[in-house]
Design a protein around this ligand. Sequence first.
Ligand code: FAD
Ligand code: SIN
Length: 495
Amino acid sequence: MQTDVLIIGSGIAGLAFAIKLAERQPAVQITLVTKADQFESNTKYAQGGIAAVMDNVHQSFESHIMDTLKAGKGFSNVQTVKLVVEKAPKRLKELIDWGTPFDKTTDGNWDYGLEGGHSVARILHHKDQTGLALEKTLLKQLKRFKNIHFQTELFATELLVHNKQCYGARFLDKQEQPLNIQSKVTYLATGGSGQVFSKTTNPLIATGDGLAMASRAGAAIAHMAFFQFHPTALALKEQNPVFLITEALRGMGAHIINHRGERFLFRYHPEGELATRDVISEAIFREMQESKLENVWLDCRHINHNTLKEQFPNIILQCKKHGLDVFTAPIPIAPAAHYQCGGIKVNHEGKTTLNGLYANGECASTGLHGANRLASNSLLEAVVFAHEAALAVAKEIDRFEFLAGEESVKRNDFEKPAPITMQLIHLKKELQKLMYQFYLHKSLDLPLEPFGAEIDLIFSKIKHITLHHKESKTLWELQNMAETSRLIITDTLYE
Ligand code: FAD
Ligand code: SIN
């Protein structure tokens, strides 16, 4: 099968790029592929919103730039930060023109939300389900274009690469039969890898597939040491994923309290509940260590009940399903893996270090986030870089030709069926627990060296299975998770 442009992933990074490119190049054939249904993605679950400077009186580029750099702790690329912040208003205007229902106040202005690390309220949102609203809007827009061919339930396993030129990808279809799609340009928008940790806000699909594929194919990877934990995920036993309680609630005045009912965060940082996520997560881990409990609490009782009902209907509903009433009692929360700040290294046009391969969204590292992403900067980064990549691809598509070559990794032809599911489930849990412990140790400044050997051991067990059994989607995901975990640990220990 051949297509001019192959896009892998139907979250905001994949959809926005497909629309942008199709608008410019109606004759270019675009194939958009996802391993799940059309909606399933991290994007679908985004709550707080999308940050941008939409009002020059109360907001400024300078302060959004400064807040982003401060959160990134000196590891952000200043030029990338400027690019994203300064192009944000135009990209937001397009999202609005495409029909995204961002909330307004009664006097007709945008209802700006506030989150940790932001010095002013500058976050556009749709209640507490901004991501779902964005997915619906973008999927509707996609239908305008006859040159976009959308296929669900196709699982990418490997990039096709020859002499550092990417010429498509290999997939498993619904029946787990292999299929190659050759392309002039391949664009990875495969999202993050929160599932490598035992506690995560990310859905089950977030297994680092694109990152691991790109790494195996030799693309440069950057900043994997910087994984962001979100401080306020609902703390319930054995939930995967865990439900996120948006930071916008803290922007609205919610307090974080310990088992003694104390607002302890001011002991750790002058901004208290509005400090950046890394600071708050670390403080909560320390508090949990001291109390020997597995959670602290988020207290919303003092916030106006009508405002809560109006702005956070889904959080109220989800808590209610678990027997929790946000109006009358503090709710148990704990940090959970949330966002992969590093990823496949790209330049300002979204190009990776392999020819013909682009990457965007959570799987990519543009240099925006540095060591810690500022809240609500991720959806923004994806739309800005979708635009930049669409301009670059539209300009260059004619330069590329279809290549025929070998797969980057040959698969074996073992007829032995995939190993029994229980074995894979067990290994997955072992890996996820190890990675959570790794993060906990890192947050509490405990020794990390033993984790290098432990991840190598799990990795070799998984590798052994992949070498001796027939491939399957589950097995590929597990291998990708192990590879991603190794990149996180190695980058933390040795960079
Ligand atoms: P995703 O939206 O995750 O999409 C990835 C796509 O790739 C999916 O379609 C998936 O099926 C596909 N895919 C993956 N692997 C394969 C494969 N092997 N083969 C084929 N397809 C594949 N950010 C903000 O800026 N503001 C917020 O308010 C916010 N809230 C969040 C709340 C939650 C609960 C979560 C989890 C994240 C939140 N984030 C937020 C982060 C943000 O949602 C993500 O970083 C962003 O949506 C990532 O978009 P993406 O397009 O890169 O990836
Ligand atoms: C949230 O709503 O707290 C998540 C926002 C984000 O991840 O940027």
